[in-house]
Design a protein around this ligand. Structure first.
Ligand SMILES: NC(=O)c1ccc[n+]([C@@H]2O[C@H](COP(=O)([O-])OP(=O)(O)OC[C@H]3O[C@@H](n4cnc5c(N)ncnc54)[C@H](O)[C@@H]3O)[C@@H](O)[C@H]2O)c1
Length: 270
């Protein structure tokens, strides 16, 4: 194992950090971009100068995200994609590559939650959670990963959760899916590292998003349990994930792959 050949491999070239986090001009596809965390990251990438493609089943939500991006003086493309359907992901990936010539970044944020005691967890909800949160994410990695491998470069960012590392009540399917996300992230990272594609995750704390509000209307048990163990009584804000999303998409994270970076306000330390 040797470091890349340079005249002086340990020298830091003048101005090295100037563009270290610069992702301007890169092409970013974001699933779940019609709401919540996906919307925030899509807007963050647009502010950073990326060409952004929005993927979701929520057309009105994507229109709103595109409007917010337009307000920044940027534009985004909208792709109606059910991430559980591989043909729809393929069509969107083809359209993005046809338009921009490549795709540099994929963020997988499409996902949902359903709360129920494990012994009574409805089978159709089990299918929904595993299909969307795990299989859908996996298929997006596969489809976009293949195009990134052909380019020899790319960065995939999977939105995980504190539930990817611990359990909490009435969330057995969600927690199983998110643990699976971390596993898939590791294996794809190791298979694709030497071909230029990095695969990482972001693990948010409980966030102030429409999903959290929707889940709280069905039961507050899960949220109460999580909130009772927070280091400070405060939900994460969607915009507070943008820094990690830019880091993982940028050359600043060149040696980072296979990891899930926790943006959990220290939750997992307790
Ligand atoms: N909100 C939180 O507290 C929290 C915490 C940790 C992790 N997460 C994860 O972050 C991700 C985003 O959550 P959010 O809070 O932004 O939720 P959200 O409900 O606000 O947004 C999710 C988006 O996914 C889209 N979606 C649903 N099914 C889809 C499908 N089949 N195909 C394509 N898009 C689909 C929805 O239309 C919606 O726009 C999820 O994976 C979630 O598990 C959320």
């Amino acid at each position: 194992m040797t470091a890349p050949e340079e005249d002086d491999p340990i020298a830091i070239p003048s101005g090295y950090v100037t563009n270290l986090f610069d992702i301007a001009g890169r092409v970013a596809a974001v699933t779940g971009a019609g709401s919540g965390l996906g919307r925030a990251i899509a807007i963050g990438y647009a502010q950073a100068g990326c060409e952004v493609a929005l993927l979701d089943v929520n057309d009105a939500g994507m229109e709103e995200t595109a409007r917010l991006i337009a307000a920044e003086g940027r534009s985004a493309t909208i792709h109606h994609v059910d991430v559980t359907r591989k043909a729809e992901i393929e069509a969107a990936a083809d359209a993005i590559v046809a338009r921009h010539g490549r795709v540099d970044i994929l963020v997988n944020s499409a996902g949902t939650a359903f709360r129920s005691p494990a012994e009574d967890y409805p089978e159709e909800k089990l299918d929904l959670i595993l299909d969307l949160n795990l299989k859908g994410l996996y298929l997006c990695c596969q489809v976009f990963g293949k195009r990134m491998l052909a380019q020899g470069k790319g960065s995939i960012i999977n939105i995980a959760s504190i539930g990817a590392f611990i359990g909490y009540p009435w969330s057995s399917a969600y927690v199983a899916a998110k643990h699976g996300v971390v596993g898939a992230t590791k294996v794809m990272a190791l298979e694709w590292r030497d071909r230029g594609v990095r695969v990482n995750g972001i693990g948010p704390t409980l966030m102030d998003s429409p999903l959290t509000k929707a889940a709280a209307t069905t039961t507050s048990l899960t949220a109460d349990w999580i909130k009772g163990r927070m280091l400070r009584p405060r939900l994460g804000l969607p915009r507070e994930l943008i820094g990690a999303a830019i880091f993982l998409a940028s050359d600043a994270s060149e040696l980072v792959t296979g990891h899930t970076i926790m943006c959990d306000d220290g939750y997992l330390t307790a």
